[in-house]
Design a protein around this ligand. Sequence first.
Ligand code: SF4
Length: 642
Amino acid sequence: MNLTEKLISSHLISGNMIAGKEIAIKIDQTLTQDSTGTMAYLQFEAMGIPRVKTERSVAYIDHNTLQTGFENADDHKYIQTVAKKHGIYFSKPGNGICHQVHLERFGKPGKTLLGSDSHTPTGGGIGMLAIGAGGLDVAVAMGGGAYFLAMPKVCRVNLTGSLQPWVTAKDVILEVLRILSVKGGVGKVMEYSGKGVKSLSVPQRATITNMGAELGATTSVFPSDEVTKTFLEAQNRGEDWIELSADADATYDEEITIDLSQIVPLVACPHSPDNIKKVKEIQGLAVDQVAIGSCTNSSYTDMMTVAALLKDKTVDPNVSLVIAPGSKQVMNMLAANGALSDIISAGARILECGCGPCIGMGQSPATNAVSLRTINRNFEGRSGTKSAQVYIVSPETAVASALSGKLTDPHTLGEAPLVSMPAHFMVNDNLIIPPAPEGETVNVVRGPNIQPFPKNTKVPKDVDGGALIKVTDNITTDHIMPSNAKLLPYRSNVPYLADYCLTPCDPKFPARAKAAGGGFIIAGQNYGQGSSREHAALAPLQLGIKAVLAKSFARIHMANLINNGILPLVFVNEWDYDSIRLGDEFSIKYAADQIKSAVNGQDVIVTHLRTGAEIPTRLNISERQRDILLAGGLLNYTKASN
Ligand code: SF4
């Protein structure tokens, strides 16, 4: 077996390991961050399970740390108290970015990790099967439920040679993105192996697995070897190490070979992580801002390299250099050994340990500015400035450019500094709060930003309602539930968010839905395309939506509708879409029986009360999804099966 197959088979609960087929795996560890965590914990609470059933669950605060109003602070307080009550470790604001801290303090080779953040695969750097998922999936995993996914294909990335001076792990993953593109990893695990693996440290491996998310991969994984052991020992966690690797005769679905010695410093140009050029090709571009940090490049070795390069130098007068160390551990060590002084002295602005500029929480660049960042995503507008041009680079290229004021190949700095891993990291977990041994007496604090979250009920005998909105093709999750800096602090307040549901299509829709007490959405092709945002199903549920009748659905959104007990019905005859007017009434008679028959391929009949027509629709669901719909959503289903 390859390593991926070993990790999956040791956690397999159901299904056959055939690529593309649904499998269920046991989850050992979970992590959440604050912007997705509030909803995950509200959902966990709704399941009525007193304590998490995972080996380790951790709640991090790293995204919304700007406290310009009460909303984010309310979220932090709620997460801290709900974590204490239910057996979850709480990483306080300032302790660092979830993926960096989890790697340092909690991750274990051979374990599964499900995180409500797309860069959870960072844990693959120490041989974990670490997957990003929606908050509800994480809530279910915390409750002891399995995680369902399509069995991925496994792509071997065979690393040969070793990196030349000034070439980094960031350049390796940019090279993989250049070869495979942002769609190249979809449905796959990227499994790194070959002689070149040994030459990469754990932080370097984690940079590579972190940005596997940009390939669209299910996850990425490295073997757990002597390098991993040394890292864990330096974290005082040597006992967590086990050796893991693929069998010598393992087979793979695909294979690519990367000769590390041939890679040169690379840059991802606006506005996609796979828009790759050699730094030398566009060298000389004037730079306004340089931001170093994020879960991709904020390790101790990254920061020590940055400090060594900045020592006794001064940042270019036209550049704003901002630096966010990835964790308190990293910041503390930089402060203790004097490296922080070198960074400050050179003119860098130090930010707290968190996501910060990466998620547009502060440090938005000036209008039309060129910003070099060591982050993983450079989508248009993500920095908070729509007209900004964001380039993704390594820390080495970032410093060389901050000093010269122009995009600069780090080779121009002369001899590369020698930065080695410390024999011992500074371990002080005083910003990690363990849960209460007995949670019963803990009071969960719910400020005004923490609002009850909508719950569905079992399917009634007949599902009745009117057409509350009729939308065209290609409606995105951004149309259904807009997400902008104004709305982001309200992720724990679905009633508030629901007032913005589908308003880019029809500003009166929320009021109409509320007045009618719920009903149906009528949609064209590819309804719900875009992100995996759960709130695009939660907000309609809050407004009482019972079914969406569409010409077709985007896959993830359809799963989210099912998870919330909303019927995703596909017109058998597309012309029926044309016959529907706003306000028309419908009835799905004997809905439960029809849902049961749908698993065998039978149509679900929607009676159109104005015309008397019987509209045939399809419900493309598995047996498990049938049971979820009948229960009124995944929460009820999970609650019933516990
Ligand atoms: Fe997401 Fe950026 Fe935070 Fe990483 S640093 S978890 S990519 S927001």
